[in-house]
Design a protein around this ligand. Structure first.
Ligand SMILES: [Zn+2]
Length: 251
């Protein structure tokens, strides 16, 4: 049985007004995502109000409620101030939150995924290239959920791939060798630079992208390939991806 009161690390992914003065929060935790309620937090005098901001990393005390668990205390571990004050980074935050929400079920324990979220928000908060943080996040997320894109062996014949491989198949789940480059008529072009970038990001921690200098053509191709993989998985596009494209293209 669960304790009546328990402590949770959490990242607040969505926030919505509820009833007279309450807020509902979608939180990601090591024990999975869940909706909880923060009572009275829209009142002027609420002590909790400043500690349940969107896209903050917090330590929460929760009480088990009949329907939703109730936030009784919250303390900020990291408020990601740069991320939350920059429109492009915020757009990245919405994208990360939506992707996580769409690809996970409620109360599905996954501490590894929670750690990835924390590292991703930390990197979005400080990286000069938040866009590459998103590519790292996508690659690691796909890996943790069991959809790791295959970047080392041909997805048709399982031969070790060489740098001359130039097609990526979202539906087959990875790169095609030169012999099988026509195996999927919907396979997308893959340049050598993009191939190298994806392999590097897949093998490194999320922060690894922060020091890279990558041409915009390569960044765009990496984004297109991973977006196609995610679209294939979800069978449609994410709302926040459109918004984010708009922000990035208007810079
Ligand atoms: Zn092959």
């Amino acid at each position: 049985m669960r304790e009546r009161v328990y402590r949770n690390e959490a990242i607040i992914l969505r926030r919505t007004d509820f009833a007279e003065a309450d807020r509902l929060l979608l939180i990601a935790t090591p024990a999975g995502k869940r909706w909880v309620i923060a009572k009275g937090t829209r009142k002027m005098k609420s002590r909790l109000a400043g500690h349940i901001e969107l896209f903050t990393y917090v330590q929460m005390m929760l009480a088990v409620g009949r329907h939703l668990d109730i936030v009784t205390q919250s303390q900020i571990v990291d408020s990601f101030p740069v991320l939350r004050s920059d429109l492009t980074r915020l757009g990245c935050g919405f994208y990360v939150a939506e992707l996580y929400d769409r690809l996970t079920a409620e109360a599905e324990e996954n501490p590894l995924l929670f750690r990835l979220l924390v590292e991703t928000f930390q990197s979005l908060d400080r990286s000069p290239t938040p866009e590459l943080t998103l590519r790292s996040f996508e690659l690691h997320l796909l890996h943790i959920l069991g959809y790791r894109p295959q970047l080392h062996y041909c997805v048709v014949c399982n031969e070790l791939l060489t740098p001359d491989a130039d097609r990526y198949s979202p539906s087959l789940g990875g790169v095609l060798c030169p012999n099988h480059r026509t195996a999927d008529p919907h396979a997308l072009p893959l340049s050598e630079a993009t191939f190298r970038l994806l392999r590097y990001l897949q093998a490194q921690s999320v922060a690894a992208g922060e020091t890279l200098r990558i041409s915009s053509a390569t960044r765009q191709q990496a984004a297109d390939l991973l977006r196609a993989s995610i679209r294939h998985l979800l069978e449609r596009d994410l709302k926040s991806a459109e918004f984010l494209n708009h922000l990035l293209s208007s810079q």
